[in-house]
Design a protein. Structure first.
Lengths: 287, 161
């Protein structure tokens, strides 16, 4: 399979990429790692007349610290998240979850920004961004703006990223001391998308949950933040009954699509299992 | 849709060609350079039969544009042997029967070549994870793991010597 014809552009700066998007208009698509877009082009699900390749923009790669916030360039690849000592120290959930994404070769190409901006509910970084209280830095013709992950995902392949904008960075607050985390992803095989996935970040004080985020992967049109489930646990002692209530509340907001991974009933049941495991694992790691 | 001139060093040899932007790396290698080692399998980045080494990283050449490789170094399975002497990973697959039909083998070899540089002394589990981007429908992977272990031992003893 060969993609349809297109013109190729390789800007060297974000400003140049934004200018290209402005002049080429809606016929242009941004090319990040290409592991969603190129297969879609081969299958003619996407036929952009122009590809604007972000791979030559050095500023978009790398992980650094800004005060207490970890700033991840949007074109940073999954294997660089796994290898990052800074992330291991500050936001260990990200590197750990990245190991569950795709396979070693794909992780050399697939980028965190592409994974988020694509708006595919099967991608893992959307739910991770939700539980990390991440913020996305977007650059367009009128400069930069920062938007919260919560509210960014509008529907399948639809996000707050405008056609004229490039995602520049993902800003993630460092974990406070004692934070527990987990990402549980049920998949049929290496490289598969989640049948059901759940990300959790929580903190406690003396056995009572003082901070909780629950995010769900591939269980609806977008990644979900399970806020009702969070409320079942927040300011409560963490115990089996509370977890059970949270699991039920999380399952209730899922709306999974039937596919080769299973029917909605099965996926919803597996969502419950993933939420329960993620909560218990995150709790066990919290202090 | 103008063609773009690219210069890529493939297996140590500089190659300059004009390519259509839509030309995939695997097609560039197979059809323009006649290096047919990298195989076209699933075409959707799952199977790993098209794996090549690009600037020191394993990539799936079916999901990478040739035009993106301008100025890059590519190693394919054809570049592993040195003057007719098999690379340790090739010897390992031969000695340990790490193949049956052979379709996945070029991708397996190129991935194993890079994996053993990333992790020269891997456990069996690490081999299975490190090679998890390559599918084999014949062997059940057991002999592939043994082949990579063989290569790891051989490369380690060569380093020690």
């Amino acid at each position: 399979m060969i993609p349809p014809k297109f013109d190729y552009h390789a800007p060297k700066s974000v400003a140049e990429a934004v200018a290209l998007l402005g002049s080429l208009g809606s016929e242009a698509k941004l090319l990040a790692g290409g592991h969603s877009l190129l297969p879609m082009m081969k299958l003619r699900f996407a036929q952009p007349a122009h590809l604007v390749d972000l791979n030559g923009i050095a500023d978009l790669r790398g992980i650094c610290l800004d005060g207490d916030t970890v700033v991840i360039g949007a074109m940073t690849v999954e294997n660089d998240l796994i290898a990052s000592d800074l992330l291991r120290e500050r936001v260990p959930l990200l590197g750990e979850a990245a190991r569950l994404i795709a396979d070693p070769q794909v992780r050399n190409r697939g980028t965190i920004g592409g994974d988020i901006a694509h708006g595919d509910p099967g991608n893992d970084h959307p739910a991770l961004s939700l539980v990390l209280d991440a913020q996305f830095v977007l650059q367009g013709p009128n400069g930069r703006r920062t938007v919260a992950a919560n509210g960014f995902f509008l529907g399948t392949y639809m996000t707050q990223l405008e056609e004229s904008e490039v995602m520049v960075a993902i800003r993630v607050p460092s974990f406070a001391k004692g934070t527990g985390w987990a990402y549980e992803k049920l998949k049929r095989k290496t490289g598969d998308w989640a049948t059901a996935g759940c990300a959790v970040v929580l903190r406690q004080s003396g056995g009572v949950v003082t901070h909780i985020r629950i995010g769900l992967t591939n269980l609806a049109q977008t990644a979900l933040r399970a806020e009702e489930a969070e409320q079942c646990l927040l300011n409560q002692p963490f115990n089996e009954a509370a977890v059970k209530r949270a699991v039920a509340a999380a399952m209730a907001i899922t709306d999974p699509a039937e596919d080769l991974r299973g029917d909605p009933e099965y996926k919803r049941a597996m969502a419950g299992v993933m939420v329960q495991r993620a909560l218990n694992n995150a709790w066990a790691r919290s202090a | 849709m103008a063609k773009k001139l690219i210069n890529v060093t493939v297996n140590g040899k500089s190659e300059e060609r004009a390519v259509e932007p839509r030309t995939l790396l695997v097609h560039f290698l197979r059809e323009d350079l006649h290096l047919t080692g990298a195989h076209i399998g699933c075409e959707t980045s799952h199977c790993g039969a098209c794996t090549v080494d690009l600037d020191g990283k394993s990539v799936k050449s079916c999901t990478h544009l040739a035009v993106q490789c301008d100025g890059s170094q590519v190693t394919t399975v054809e570049g592993l042997a040195d003057k007719g002497v098999l690379h340790a990973v090739q010897e390992g697959f031969y000695k340990e029967h790490g193949l049956q039909c052979g379709f996945c083998t070029p991708g397996m070899l190129v991935r194993a070549y890079r994996f053993l540089q990333e992790n020269p002394n891997p456990s069996e589990d690490e081999i299975r994870v490190g090679m998890s981007g390559n599918l084999c429908r014949c062997t059940g992977y057991q002999n592939i793991v043994k082949a990579v272990q063989y290569a790891a031992r051989k490369l380690q003893s060569a380093t020690a010597a």
